[in-house]
Design a protein around this ligand. Structure first.
Ligand SMILES: Cc1cc2nc3c(=O)[nH]c(=O)nc-3n(C[C@H](O)[C@H](O)[C@H](O)COP(=O)(O)OP(=O)(O)OC[C@H]3O[C@@H](n4cnc5c(N)ncnc54)[C@H](O)[C@@H]3O)c2cc1C
Ligand SMILES: *[C@@H]1O[C@H](CO)[C@@H](O)[C@H](O)[C@H]1NC(C)=O
Ligand SMILES: *[C@@H]1O[C@H](CO)[C@@H](O)[C@H](O)[C@H]1NC(C)=O
Ligand SMILES: *[C@@H]1O[C@H](CO)[C@@H](O)[C@H](O)[C@H]1NC(C)=O
Ligand SMILES: *[C@@H]1O[C@H](CO)[C@@H](O)[C@H](O)[C@H]1NC(C)=O
Ligand SMILES: *[C@@H]1O[C@H](CO)[C@@H](O)[C@H](O)[C@H]1NC(C)=O
Ligand SMILES: *[C@@H]1O[C@H](CO)[C@@H](O)[C@H](O)[C@H]1NC(C)=O
Length: 469
């Protein structure tokens, strides 16, 4: 069916129009170029995202089954000027997506395989695998592997922006553990990028979504028997009057390689409370000794346990719940200022008086950075190596009528952190950013080189939805 008429209609029939092709013609043009396992559909709700706030609204979804399907789809979209976006876990919370009805979502979930080399020192991770799948495969094969701490998140979605995770005190960031990428570039080539392609290798590890779609990555892994792959981890729950003591103790705590600690303001049984989660890769006795300064403050409950790697993330599964609106603001900072955290608590409890906001959560992630900092900041475009603490506030509610209130709460939270962040400039981990940040805030002093490389590798800026350079 052709609805356009006259010259435009003629051009369209010759495949020369500038206007985007209609859905039907995308389907018929593209289906023959895809493998038999791939499919094309039009209801994006079937692939729900973590947050509906600022989410992409594609008219067409291409669910790929092979790396070549990704290549064919990119080639087609580029040749027809159709905007497109890759989706892995669908947890990217930046509200800056622009993909609309005329756009194509490339659903990578069919590429969800994780396989190990014979000696188990390398894992090949598909571009659509989520963290739970990677961990389950690793654990079942007596392998330890670095991942993020939420099961539902895309393994490469998180890793290409940097990749924080429980074991980074031992291994560094995800970007420090990749060995090669298969990637579809803007020119439509499916290439293998290794450290030898210095520029692309640097750019992909920190700003990956701006340079291509990674269809698979080879990552370092460690052979390790299940029995040894255990940690002491879980929750220490505090009443709100301990906020000053807890934040000061986290500020003063030296995080050794086996440790990390998170602070949460969240609700439990409907009441706001303070949760500290601890992680110690080792025995409970050593863990309790390492976190003595926190435990001595006197939690009202202790839900820690010794758990194998395939259960470390289970405590955070509640955060994986998809849907509803979750505008999230974040800032990196170098020092906890207890009075600031009292103010944040007051603002948090006030926000909770809005209807249906009880899942709203404030989080600070604190990791051991010695290993990551022993790797030079110039080795990858990831710009957050020097940041001690990353804080974020997730406003979580069903109804868009609360957006303005939530944005005010979130941006005020970010302002409070920035006001005494102890840093030379405003900084935010790219994968935690809200979407309104300048390049400088998320890419810091790597911005200029990234922009130069962008001109070289993606001159038409077809990869333009994730902290566009
Ligand atoms: C509940 C929760 C827990 C989190 N925990 C962690 C954590 O422990 N550590 C951490 O570092 N971060 C964490 N994050 C942040 C996370 O890194 C980002 O949200 C990340 O963008 C999510 O990736 P995704 O694949 O799930 O999302 P998507 O929205 O699918 O992808 C995010 C962006 O990356 C692009 N992208 C995804 N896959 C590819 C690929 N294969 N090739 C090229 N581009 C790709 C997408 O096009 C999109 O622009 C968490 C987020 C949430 C919501
Ligand atoms: C789209 O998918 C969602 C979720 O599966 C479903 O509830 C909805 O009815 C679908 N919409 C249409 C128009 O089919
Ligand atoms: C994982 O990949 C397989 C093979 O491509 C596919 O059949 C399956 O649906 C994928 N899983 C998800 C959750 O998409
Ligand atoms: C695409 O770009 C890459 C990286 O510059 C290059 O190796 C490859 O040859 C290019 N492919 C085409 C078809 O031009
Ligand atoms: C809260 O959500 C429930 C449904 O989950 C809805 O019935 C109710 O109207 C909402 N309350 C407000 C004040 O929005
Ligand atoms: C840093 O952020 C604060 C608060 O968001 C803002 O007022 C200030 O102008 C920013 N500083 C720079 C250098 O952009
Ligand atoms: C870029 O910034 C980081 C973090 O502040 C710093 O460690 C690094 O030396 C800087 N690099 C250059 C080239 O200025």
């Amino acid at each position: 069916m052709r609805s356009s008429t006259g010259l435009l209609g003629l051009l369209a029939s010759l495949g020369m129009a500038c206007a985007h092709p209609a859905r039907g013609s995308i389907d018929s043009d593209l289906i023959g170029k895809l493998s038999t396992g791939a499919s094309i559909s039009h209801n994006a709700s079937v692939f729900p995202r973590w947050s509906e706030f600022g989410a992409p609204h594609p008219g067409t979804i291409v669910s790929v089954a092979t790396e070549a399907d990704v290549q064919a789809t990119v080639q087609y979209c580029v040749s027809k000027n159709i905007p497109f976006l890759a989706q892995n876990g669908g947890h990217g919370w930046s509200g800056a997506f622009t993909l609309g009805e005329s756009g194509v979502l490339i659903n990578l979930r069919g590429l969800n395989n994780t396989v190990f080399s014979a000696d188990k020192t390398q894992a090949t991770i598909g571009g659509g695998a989520i963290i739970q799948e990677v961990i389950n495969q690793a654990y079942a094969n007596d392998v330890q592997i670095l991942t993020g701490n939420c099961n539902c998140v895309g393994a490469l979605g998180a890793g290409l922006g940097g990749g924080y995770g429980n074991l980074m005190g031992l291994y560094g960031f995800s970007v420090d553990n990749y060995l090669s990428f298969n990637v579809v570039l803007a020119n439509g080539s499916l290439v293998t990028v290794t450290p030898e392609q210095e520029d692309l290798w640097w750019a992909l590890r920190g700003a990956g979504p701006n340079f291509g779609i990674v269809t698979s990555a080879v990552m370092k892994s460690t052979p390790l028997a299940q029995a040894d792959n255990v940690a002491w981890t879980g929750g220490l729950w505090f009443t709100e009057d301990k906020i000053e003591q807890v934040t000061q103790a986290i500020e003063d705590l030296k995080l050794e390689a086996h440790m990390n600690i998170f602070l949460y303001f969240l609700t439990s049984n409907g009441e706001p409370t303070v949760l500290v989660t601890v992680f110690y890769y080792g025995t409970e006795a050593d863990g309790r000794e390492a976190f003595k300064s926190i435990i001595d403050i006197g939690p009202y409950d202790d839900t820690t346990a010794v758990l194998p790697q395939n259960e470390w993330n289970a405590g955070a599964d509640g955060f994986c719940t998809k849907g509803e609106r979750k505008p999230t603001y974040s800032a990196g900072f170098d020092h906890f200022v207890p009075t600031t955290w009292r103010q944040i608590w007051n603002d948090y409890t006030e926000f909770l008086t809005n209807p249906n906001t009880s899942a709203t959560t404030v989080v600070v992630e604190c990791y051991s950075l010695d290993k990551a900092q022993s790797i030079g900041s110039e080795t990858a475009s990831f710009a957050n190596r020097d940041i001690r603490f990353n804080g974020f506030a997730i406003s979580w509610y069903p109804d868009a009528s609360l957006d303005a209130t939530a944005k005010a709460f979130g941006s005020n939270f970010r302002n409070l952190l920035r006001a005494d962040d102890g840093l030379a400039s405003n900084r935010t981990y790219v994968n935690f950013a809200f979407g309104d940040e300048t390049n400088q805030v998320v890419y810091n002093n790597n911005t200029q080189r990234l922009r130069q490389l962008k001109k070289k590798y993606d001159p038409k800026n077809v990869f333009n939805q994730w902290f566009d350079l």
